[in-house]
Write a protein that binds this ligand. Sequence first.
Ligand code: TRP
Ligand code: SF4
Length: 402
Amino acid sequence: MSQSRILSGMRPTGKLHLGHYHGVLKNWVELQDTHECFFFVADWHALTTHYEAPDTMGEHVWDMVIDWLAAGVDPEKASCFVQSCVPEHAELHLLLSMITPLGWLERVPSFKDQQAKLKDKDLSTYGFLGYPLLQSADILMYRAEGVPVGEDQVPHVELTREIARRFNHMFGRGKLFDQAVDAALGKMGKKAKNSFSRLRQTYLQDGADSAYQQALLLLTEQQNISAQDKDDLKAYIADKGRIILPEPDALLTKSAKMPGLDGQKMSKSYNNTIALRDDPVRVEKALRGMPTDPARVRRTDPGDPKKCPVWSLHQTYTDQKTHEWVKRECPIAGIGCVDCKQPLIDTVLAEQKLIRERAEPYVKDKVQLIQVIKQGNERARTVAQETMARVRDSVGTRYDEL
Ligand code: TRP
Ligand code: SF4
């Protein structure tokens, strides 16, 4: 359980494609073996731009979570949940909004970019401006250390760090913190407490780093104090405030250079995708129809893989030997494009077969899918409630009497 925590989310856009798989999902699947992972469906984020499509939301959520599981996300290792099933996200978003300067949100690049891009939608809403702050709440809720995201999301993680810093600065000191420190010190034995205070004094007065290390060591030896107490006392040694919401790091996901069926970047808006669980007959036909180096009009025309989107797919899918074969034979017209595509088609279909097999139990039996999400929701809520207890405590909205 001392594994560091990872959180990431996706808006429910429905069925995912191979670009998502090689870009994002394979990365998630790797992380789940080494980290405590939370992956969630950002349905409220979807509403910030697609508030007019309530009918399709549910279907999109199911399809997307099935795709996660099909890609190899293991519900025993990673918790998959739905944002709106953990309403604490909304509360944290609201509380953070109290201390978020409007300018911080207005200068997030995606704000103006998306407004310009989605011109047919009215995005001059309160909710849309708050998009990155809601994302900050998502992240800070789990006190996540790492947030795997694509490049476009890095400014959002950056904002999250700034918000966390501001929140800790505003609420990490003061009467509540002093009381918490006193209470924690009170739980230590008299002797330990005295040495601790002496070490702290030495550290602060003389800048003796060794005293800091010794004080930390002393803390780790204490049996009676909680992890929160330890964190508070650690901050107290250095005369710092409490870290209520730790600052996360963005874990930049390398973008998979996955061309779509027309050679442009694979994207739903270009209508050029291969879905993760696409029909094999369609996939084969689509790959056979893919454009190649335009110079190869006839079988005897030499080609250049660098000018060919099929070659880009080979990079992701086929092995070194195949690459060499293509690089050697294409420029001398030793192979035709039909030959060249065959090993690619075989590998894609083999991969998709596995993916479809992993999806099958959930497609057949929705109850199983629901179980996975319910379990994820519960695990998420447990952490969220812990965080919110600390946050409410910090901002003063805690009324044990009520
Ligand atoms: N904004 C993200 C995207 O569009 C989705 C998202 C919402 C997210 N909350 C998050 C990603 C928290 C990482 C962490 O891809
Ligand atoms: Fe592209 Fe392969 Fe045809 Fe060369 S042989 S143009 S790499 S599909």
